[in-house]
Design a protein around this ligand. Structure first.
Ligand SMILES: Nc1ncnc2c1ncn2[C@@H]1O[C@H](COP(=O)(O)OP(=O)(O)OP(=O)(O)O)[C@@H](O)[C@H]1O
Ligand SMILES: [Mg+2]
Length: 373
């Protein structure tokens, strides 16, 4: 898929710009704090309806304005789709082809992106919530029913926690309500476990080789660690969940919260049986995340029959020359890629020649150079 153009109105430091993107490699360059990441962020918002770096939608609106609008034209299998996200001080409106789409789950499976940015190291170093959020976002991009199941599951966990806060295992009707809630939770939990497991398994089919190609080190993998034993068999997961709910029943009432289910999942990055969270160098952690994301590019292509759009925020400045060249092998002209850098010297000559370049200064595009010039 390709974004042929994006238009930003009062988004971050942009008042009103239209950017016509190349279907291959696009390079956005300029000094610090000029608005390079803001462009990638706008594409992230256009795809996923929220920012990768803030929960506060209002901070996306240009200071002094009261409304921000990001629109883009998506081209997929020769079909054009117009996407638009409008953010006001207290509202967000999603549009597909000028029709309001009330459901985020329907909206976010349209434009698929894989975004690598410097703060991504948190995926390895940060707490499990960061990783769970990430996998949720990725699976929601791939299939809208994942987000629907996840929302249902989260609603049930909220209901159960509220119930556990006020009740004891005493009255028959409370016991019954508790077990009915658990039945509903099991139903959703099984699907989440299976989809997450399948996704991590898929990543591991690629990630070992990608990591090896980038670093020369083998035995990289991502470990999916649910708190219960799972495999690919739905019925076995149901049995295991039932068993755990029985075992942990008293503890749940004592702690007044639900302690069984995929809301407690963990994912870890390993090289040669060492967890990169505690043993990896910064560079290895970065390569781990990059390997995961490059693997996801392949998975998205497989699931969606079309490459996602690859966004790389300032990656090249952090890598040594050898790794830069290894990474370049994964960027091919068949996939629309948008790269930011402070210095074009970071980009190799061949890639530069094949790219469309945009020079950014203070929220303006001050120079635009087409391919092969
Ligand atoms: N809501 C907003 N309204 C106006 N300007 C904003 C808003 N939010 C951020 N900015 C401005 O955007 C600029 C930062 O943009 P951005 O993060 O895209 O920079 P960058 O070019 O990626 O820089 P670096 O090379 O340091 O990563 C800053 O000048 C900041 O003041
Ligand atoms: Mg930046």
């Amino acid at each position: 898929m390709i974004l042929t153009e994006i238009k930003l109105v009062n988004f971050r430091n942009y008042s009103n710009v239209k950017i016509k993107l190349s279907e291959g490699i696009n390079i956005i360059y300029g000094e610090n704090a000029q608005g390079k990441t803001n462009i990638l962020e706008s594409i992230y918002v256009l795809a996923l309806t929220k920012s990768h770096r803030t929960y506060i939608d209002n901070s996306l609106i240009k200071i002094g304005s009261n409304k921000s609008k990001i629109s883009g034209i998506l081209l997929k299998n020769n079909i054009k789709t117009k996407l638009c996200v409008e953010i006001t001080q207290n509202n967000k409106i999603l549009n597909i082809d000028s029709n309001i789409e009330p459901k985020v789950s329907n909206y976010i499976s349209n434009l698929n992106i894989i975004f690598f940015y410097p703060e991504d190291l948190e995926l390895v170093k940060g707490n499990p919530v960061v990783r769970r959020k990430y996998i949720n976002t990725q699976l929601s991009q791939l299939q809208s029913n994942y987000m629907i199941i996840l929302n249902d599951y989260n609603r049930l966990i909220k209901m159960k926690n509220k119930f556990l806060k006020t009740k004891q295992l005493y009255y028959e009707e409370d016991k019954q309500y508790y077990s009915i809630l658990n039945e509903h939770i099991i139903n959703k939990a099984v699907s989440i476990y299976l989809l997450r497991k399948k996704y991590i398994d898929k990543i591991n089919e690629y990630a070992h080789d990608v990591f090896f190609n980038l670093t020369g080190i083998s035995d990289f993998y991502i470990k999916y660690k649910p708190i219960i034993k799972i495999n690919n068999d739905k019925n076995l997961i149901i049995e295991e969940l039932k068993k755990q709910f029985e075992l942990k029943q008293n503890e749940e009432f004592r702690l007044k919260k639900s302690i069984v289910g995929p809301h407690l999942d963990e994912f870890e990055f390993y090289v040669k049986n060492k967890n990169l969270k505690s043993f990896g160098s910064q560079g290895q952690q970065r390569m781990a995340v990059l390997s995961m994301k490059l693997s996801e590019v392949e998975i998205f292509k497989e699931y969606k029959n079309s490459y996602p759009i690859l966004l790389l925020d300032d990656v090249f400045s952090e890598l040594d020359n050898k790794k830069k060249n290894h990474l370049l092998k994964y960027i091919d002209n068949n996939m629309q890629t948008i790269i930011t850098t402070t210095d074009l010297k970071n980009i190799n000559k061949k890639m530069l020649k094949n790219s469309k370049r945009f020079k950014i200064s203070d929220g303006n595009i001050i120079k635009e150079v087409e391919e092969h010039e």
